[in-house]
Design a protein around this ligand. Structure first.
Ligand SMILES: [Zn+2]
Length: 307
């Protein structure tokens, strides 16, 4: 992937603007995007580089030291991809034409905010985010943002941070340090105590008149989980809750069994519990289910382009 980007970095390229996530971990690279940026800088030293990232980016020194402008999403659910890209891109010509090169300051904090409580648009983060963004109003600070990080990626750089970009080093440092201190003071607001399954289900059943969504971020493939643990579904069934839509579950074996049986067929499957989680001290146990194959599709669905 790096090679394809580097191949396009000819002498005619004046600046680089990248739309990345910022929390990619690859085999051999704890910070895959940082490695990409370092390779770009090595290929074209001195070329201006602007990067648009997700709010949940885990930002390392490798990333900061190989970019000139970093900004990220300010909404959740993330709906401001366009605005974020625009912000990153417009900062480039603002100083390419006028100079001097801006200064970027990075204040990293040793805190891992619980994902479910870490949104730029609410809770303990919102006052810090609002105050950080407000620093841009005077014009001296070109970009200022808090990143919530992605604590479930087991890498050294995971941790919330503040990044500021300004023409003046003092202004960039003042804002970054003050907002980082504010975020640190709010750290208790990002702690999510574990809750008992049974209590959560009883609470959900008591919410009459509304669809209830129970999220299981720890079993989410997008959060580093196996998406293979049927524990929540098992607890719902044991509690006698019906009208439940559950999933997704990663289980190619069960999918193949249902495809073989065909639409409308009655099947008995052992759902999930096939990925070995012994390293995490979690027993892998499938959930035996009987049911009917409702439909078979190719899994493709249209996306409006926002998430
Ligand atoms: Zn995100």
């Amino acid at each position: 992937m790096c090679d394809r980007v580097l191949a396009d970095l000819g002498d005619s390229v004046d600046a680089v603007m990248l739309d990345l996530h910022g929390a990619m971990v690859a085999e051999g690279a704890d910070d895959a995007e940082g490695a990409l940026l370092e390779a770009i800088r090595a290929r074209r030293p001195g070329i201006p580089i602007a990067v648009a990232l997700d709010f949940h980016a885990t930002i390392s020194r490798q990333t900061v030291e190989n970019a000139d402008v970093i900004t990220g999403y300010r909404s959740f659910p993330h709906t401001d991809m366009h605005e974020t890209g625009q912000r990153a891109a417009t900062t480039l010509p603002a100083w390419l034409n006028d100079g001097p090169r801006p200064v970027m300051v990075f204040e990293w904090l040793p805190m891992l905010p619980a994902t479910a409580l870490c949104t730029p648009a609410g809770g303990a983060m919102k006052p810090v985010m609002d105050r950080t963004i407000a620093a841009e109003a005077g014009g001296e600070v070109l970009n200022a943002l808090v990143f919530g990080s992605f604590p479930l990626s087991d890498v050294p750089q995971a941790g919330a941070c503040v990044i500021t970009v300004a023409r003046d080093a003092g202004a960039a440092a003042d804002v970054a340090q003050e907002r980082a201190a504010m975020l640190w003071d709010a750290r208790e607001g990002f702690v999510l105590p574990p809750q008992d399954f049974g209590a959560v289900i009883r609470q959900a059943v008591g919410l009459n008149g509304h669809p209830v969504i129970i999220g299981d971020p720890g079993n989410n493939a997008g959060s580093g989980g196996s998406a293979d643990t049927p524990a929540v579904l098992e607890a719902l069934l044991a509690a006698g809750v019906d009208g439940t839509l559950a999933g997704p579950v990663y289980d190619p074996e069960s999918v193949q069994a249902m495809i073989t049986a065909g639409t409308g067929a009655e099947v008995e499957i052992a759902l999930g519990g096939k990925v070995d989680l012994s390293a995490a001290g979690i027993p892998s146990r499938p959930l035996r289910l009987k049911g009917r194959v409702g439909a078979i599709t190719d899994g493709r669905s249209p996306s409006p382009g926002r998430c």
